[in-house]
Design a protein around this ligand. Structure first.
Ligand code: ADP
Ligand code: MG
Length: 261
């Protein structure tokens, strides 16, 4: 008799809300948004950040934790890395930056299991999960293993990114995960000379799509070199420029997330 893979779904003890940060395309800013949202959520409780991008982990660098390593304690329990008051786990802590993780499905499923069952997350109000792009094994494994409260979809404004974001939304809907909303990243840029808005990517049909699907737009983040510099330097903008307009946008989005169940 076929078993239902969702039967293996199990809450993570002590973790109140699981938030998946996803997109269709790579490079739209998932990891940037996940790190900054995690930092902004500190205002509302204890936060964990899980890098589920097994093949392209970015969080050790983006969180300025490249030199840190999780420790393994008795009973093979893993103590996550702690940075900026956030508990972080990433496969990037375990492999050299620049070397590839070459895994097929079963190893990946095993790693995901360890992330959820063997990492000592402790008491967390929010566990933010940074997903790889697409709708593949990692996403499926996540929704089968743990009860994800909702997914936050990151996209850039143009249709090329939106087409893939729609696929991610479709996948979550089909697997019973609520869509918390969409964040439009690199929405525009302010011209440093005259303050005028520059449309970096052409604006596609995102607004009408969200309206037709009744999906909330959680916020808009502009392109700003302080954001990319912060990611590169390991000090996300919410930490380095906490009063900036961008940090405020992340705070407002974080606040909206606290109202979602
Ligand atoms: N709003 C932004 N302004 C400036 N640079 C950004 C912004 N969002 C993302 N970036 C940069 O774009 C690149 C890709 O972002 P990343 O978060 O790694 O995307 P993803 O996780 O979706 O692949 C990174 O170098 C990041 O610093
Ligand atoms: Mg990423």
């Amino acid at each position: 008799m076929a078993t239902n893979p969702f039967d293996q779904q199990q809450a993570i003890p002590g973790v109140k809300k699981i938030i998946a940060v996803a997109s269709g395309k790579g490079g739209v800013g998932k990891s940037t948004v996940a790190t900054n949202l995690a930092l902004a959520l500190r205002e509302y409780g204890k936060v964990g950040l899980l890098d589920a991008d097994i093949y392209g982990p970015s969080l050790p660098r983006m969180m300025g934790a490249l030199n840190q390593k999780p420790t393994v304690s008795e009973g093979n329990k893993i103590t996550p890395v702690s940075r900026y008051g956030i508990k972080i786990m990433s496969i990037g802590f375990l492999v050299e930056e620049g070397s590839a993780v070459v895994w097929r499905g079963p190893m990946l499923f095993k790693a995901m299991d360890q992330f959820f069952r063997d990492v000592q997350w402790g008491e967390l109000d929010y566990l933010v999960i940074d997903l790889p792009p697409g709708t593949g094994d990692v996403q499926l494994s996540l929704v089968q293993k743990v009860p994800v409260n909702f997914a936050v979809i990151v996209t850039t404004p143009q249709n090329i990114a939106l087409i893939d974001a729609k696929k991610a939304i479709d996948m979550f809907e089909r697997t019973g995960v609520k869509i918390g909303g969409v964040i439009e990243n690199m929405s525009y840029m302010l011209n440093p000379v005259n303050g005028e808005k520059i449309q970096l990517f052409p604006r596609g049909e995102i607004a009408s799509y969200l309206e037709s699907k009744k999906i909330p737009q959680l916020g808009v983040i502009p392109f700003n070199t302080s954001i990319s510099l912060g990611s590169e330097a390991g000090i996300p903008i919410v930490e380095s420029h906490s009063t900036s307009m961008e940090a405020k946008s992340f705070s407002e989005i974080a606040k909206k997330l606290t109202f979602l169940s």
